[in-house]
Design a protein around this ligand. Structure first.
Ligand code: MG
Length: 387
């Protein structure tokens, strides 16, 4: 029997056992509940913004680099393959992946770190938590409720990490961080599919940008093994086709390892249902120890040679300045904000003082695309530009 025709596993997330939505709604007629979640995510404004948000390379550096949007789609693709192979809920895994970066700031991790720095005195900024804030509160699409009113399972999956402080304020959703429990297997898959996607596409983009070269990458066992195999089979293969053939095999190798290792873990643990999965102190979706170590080695190589390359660091530095200067200025003088954001600062400030004002400014900045942030920075500080 293929994965396509197999019945779902007993421990797969299923809508009948869903913890539901915050605002009660009639059941969808043509779709399932997780399908509805996925569709709402795709139709959201935050989802469209991902196309102009940096993964590693800022949008204007080239048309072929990954953006947060193509990253999210690649993560979803990998997660769907894994979920289907394990007879889990493919649609829920897809929904989580498509939403996982909705709260990401402009300028990738540099932007997130800069905004977190600005927000330190006001509760900090965590992009996972911001993704949740986007789907719970910031999206304005439905008459009956704020946000997208997604199911508990999708929201649980979006919240990959969370500080204990924030977890305490999240009620049922924060419980697992306090009690050291796990989310659904679909959420666990989304988490690792994210790592698989960025490790491989950042390698590909790093090569494309000329920050790293094939010979150097051969230091990384995960790469070297597949490169040797491809050279053995196609001794004359060159350029892009060589790189893409190697990357494709790397993804296949780690995904296959993940599925097989997780199958064994599931057989050993034999969870009877989703609640058994949640009650565990350890994750069940995992790589083998050997592949986990190799994956980490690749991650470290990318950190040292791509993310810390001087060309990337220059952009990081610029991003930091853009975000810091906008935050400080808007926080000191919220009346410089566009009307709707000024109103948001006043509303949040009335509720929780300076912490609220800072949060509203952070919401505005986090929602910016790279190019919007650059233009807004000019409008704010460059007297030769229109305000
Ligand atoms: Mg991601």
């Amino acid at each position: 029997m293929t994965a396509d025709s197999a019945p779902p596993a007993p421990y797969a997330a299923n809508e009948a056992a869903s913890r539901g939505r915050v605002h009660a709604e009639p059941a969808p007629v043509l779709r399932g509940e997780y399908q509805r979640d996925r569709d709402r995510i795709i139709h959201s404004t935050a989802f469209r913004r991902l196309v102009y948000k940096t993964q590693v390379f800022v949008n204007h550096e080239g048309d072929l680099y990954r953006t947060r949007l193509t990253h999210s789609i690649e993560v979803a693709q990998i997660a769907r393959t894994i979920a289907r192979a394990l007879r889990l809920n493919e649609t829920l895994a897809e929904a989580i992946c498509l939403a996982h970066d909705l709260g990401h700031t402009p300028f990738g991790h540099a932007g997130q770190d800069a905004l977190n720095d600005c927000m330190k005195p006001y509760g900090g900024f965590e992009h996972n938590l911001q993704s949740l804030r986007v789907v719970d509160e910031l999206e304005e699409r439905y008459a009956a409720f704020p946000g997208l009113n997604l199911t508990f399972e999708t929201r649980e999956g979006i919240l990959k990490h969370c500080s204990l402080n924030n977890a305490r304020q999240l009620g049922e959703l924060g419980e697992r961080f306090i009690k050291r429990r796990q989310p659904t297997l679909e959420a666990q898959i989304a988490n690792l599919a994210d790592e698989i996607a960025y490790n491989n596409h950042d390698l590909d983009d790093g090569l494309r940008a000329g920050l790293i070269v094939l010979e150097g990458l051969r230091e990384v066992p995960l790469f070297r093994r597949q490169h040797d195999a491809v050279v053995g089979l196609y001794p004359d293969l060159q350029g892009r086709r060589m790189i893409h053939e190697v990357v494709r095999r790397m993804i296949n190798y780690v995904v296959t390892d993940l599925v097989e290792t997780t199958q064994a873990a599931l057989r050993a643990a034999a969870p009877g249902n989703v609640e058994d999965v949640r009650a565990r102190s350890e994750v069940l979706v995992q790589f083998s120890e050997a592949v986990a170590a190799e994956h980490l080695e690749l991650k470290h190589y990318l950190r040292d040679h791509v993310y810390r390359h001087y060309r990337v660091l220059r952009m990081t530095n610029k991003a930091n300045q853009v975000i810091r200067s906008m935050f400080d200025t808007f926080f000191a003088r919220p009346e410089l904000l566009p009307d709707e954001h000024y109103q948001a600062t006043q509303q949040l400030e009335a509720r929780s003082g300076e912490v609220g004002r800072a949060r509203a400014v952070a919401d505005y900045i986090a929602g910016m695309t790279d190019r919007y942030a650059i233009v807004e920075h000019e409008r704010l500080f460059d007297p030769s530009k229109r305000s």
